[in-house]
Design a binder for this molecule. Structure first.
Ligand SMILES: Cc1ncc(COP(=O)(O)O)c(C=O)c1O
Ligand SMILES: N[C@@H](CCOP(=O)(O)O)C(=O)O
Length: 463
């Protein structure tokens, strides 16, 4: 399996090279050259299998010969051993034909653990074999950072630097990033928003002298392996509800478009997904784009679902690449327009193709709070604000007898203020994090300035 860049002019790589490379050298994102498919019989055979077995069968065609079957099985087993639910991604029913897919049973209580625990294991195995070490830099609006730190802390072959927007993540998210005391972990509070963090990260990848000097690697959904790991739970949940004999739809709380893009890949692989619904908070650039065909940046306004406070949605580029018939030059032009002028207009053909696949909706702050309250009152379910955004949008897209699966992306205890404001109950942290508020914090403030960030990283690596 080979990987190509969405901008069409970077080297074609193997799975392992793409995983260790992160951003393509032309500024694009790696995607598989072709999408492997599964037959209805292959999909039917997944029903009732353990999560780990489904993960192996779904991901194996994408990884080529990066790992032997035995190595890959062991990697998967280790990745999910720390989850606190035997099903890994269990479902609960919210109402007639509406299901919640709980993706917060990993160590840091968000869906990011599904991919990050796996790529932590894959990086370790690949770097050991190569006798190499890398510098991982990540950008986070709260959950990617904590999951990355948990997955890579204490490893000899990596230093991890996480840029988070100062004051714009929840206290639990911040403490998850600032309290680990491992010497290879560095939490950097950047003076800006998540888009600034992600833009500086991409600047670092595009600054080849720095990139090559520190052997930069990425664990954001820039990294194809992150997206791949997230494809698996679309299969486990859909087959549990009758796929491939029955179509299902998904609503996904969306920011950087990685999670919903994983659903798109599942569909391309043959999973009978009827609709993929993009759910945004008040930072609704993706919903506006689907309505108008114009991707136009507005300022980020902080919300009670802070992990989705994003305006430059990285993986949308991967969807555009396919919508433009894999024309890398067309994508490169649109990305240049975004950088230079703050937006671009999608061609009629490409937006039509996107609308064939995706629906969209938004939830305001008030609607998010009202949904947390209504769901608690009607089902007893306590949900995080990101999940509530998606539930509100999903309710607008319930259609007849097609089951709707809404992704529940974080544990409510990561956002206790928003939950308490809605229902008067402050969700408690699980046992392994019970002393989070007592642990000492360690972080560095950093300006939204490429040179300042690169200098800090180089200094830390040298010590
Ligand atoms: C809790 C939560 N929900 C939803 C999202 C949005 O996911 P994506 O960025 O893959 O669209 C994020 C951030 O990625 C998140 O942390
Ligand atoms: N919401 C994310 C933002 C980064 O997304 P990623 O999937 O590209 O890593 C976060 O919580 O950090």
């Amino acid at each position: 399996m080979k990987y190509v860049s969405t901008r069409g002019s970077a080297p074609v790589l193997s799975f392992e090279e793409a995983m260790l490379t992160g951003l393509a050298r032309d500024g694009g994102l790696y995607v598989p050259e072709t999408i492997p498919t599964m037959t209805p019989a292959d999909i039917a055979a997944l029903a009732g299998q353990p999560y780990e077995e489904v993960a192996f069968r779904v991901m194996k065609p994408f990884i080529g010969d990066a790992f032997t079957d035995e190595e890959f099985s062991d990697i998967i087993a280790r990745a999910y051993a720390g989850f606190d639910h035997a099903a890994r991604a269990p479902m609960v029913q919210l109402g007639a034909n509406h299901f919640l897919l709980e993706l917060f049973h990993g160590p840091t209580l968000a869906f990011k653990d599904f991919a990050m625990q796996l790529i932590g294991q894959m990086f370790e195995a690949a770097l050991k074999r190569r006798g190499d070490r890398v510098t991982i830099v990540g950008a986070t609006s709260g959950d990617t950072g904590s999951a990355a730190i948990e997955a890579f802390r204490g490893l000899d072959a990596v230093d991890v630097f996480i840029l988070f927007p100062d004051g714009r993540v929840s206290e639990v998210q911040r403490r998850q990033m600032t309290t680990p005391d491992d010497a290879n972990v560095h939490a950097l509070a950047l003076h800006g928003d998540f888009d600034d963090c992600q833009a500086r990260l991409k600047d670092m990848f595009n600054h080849f002298e720095f990139r090559d000097g520190v052997k930069l690697a990425g664990v954001n959904s820039i990294n194809w392996a992150r997206v791949l790991a997230q494809v698996v739970y679309y299969f486990t949940s859909a087959t549990a509800l009758g796929a491939p004999h029955r179509e299902v739809s998904f609503t996904v709380p969306t920011g950087n478009f990685g999670d919903i893009f994983a659903g798109y890949i599942a569909k391309r692989m043959g999973l009978p997904i009827k609709r993929l619904v993009i759910a945004t908070n008040q930072n609704d650039i993706l919903h506006r784009t689907m309505l108008s065909g114009a991707y136009t940046k507005a300022g980020v306004s902080p919300s009670i679902s802070p992990s989705m406070d994003i305006q430059v949605s990285s993986n949308f580029e991967r969807a555009l690449f396919d919508a433009y018939g894999r024309d890398g030059a067309a994508v490169a032009q649109q990305m240049q327009d975004l950088q230079a002028g703050g937006g671009f207009t999608i061609s009629q053909g490409a937006i039509d193709r996107l609308r064939e696949l995706f629906d969209s909706g938004r939830a305001s702050e008030e609607e998010t709070t009202a949904t947390i309250r209504a769901m608690y009152e009607s089902t007893g379910e306590i949900m995080c604000p990101h999940t509530a955004v998606a539930v509100k949008v999903a309710q607008e897209h319930l259609a007849g007898d097609v089951p709707m699966i809404t992704l529940s992306t974080a544990h409510p205890a990561k956002f206790p203020d928003a939950v308490e404001a809605a229902i008067g109950i402050r969700p408690g942290l699980p046992k392994h994090m019970a002393d989070l508020y007592e642990r000492p914090e360690r972080m560095r403030q950093v300006a939204n300035d490429l040179t300042a960030i690169e200098t800090l990283i180089k200094e830390q690596i040298a010590t």
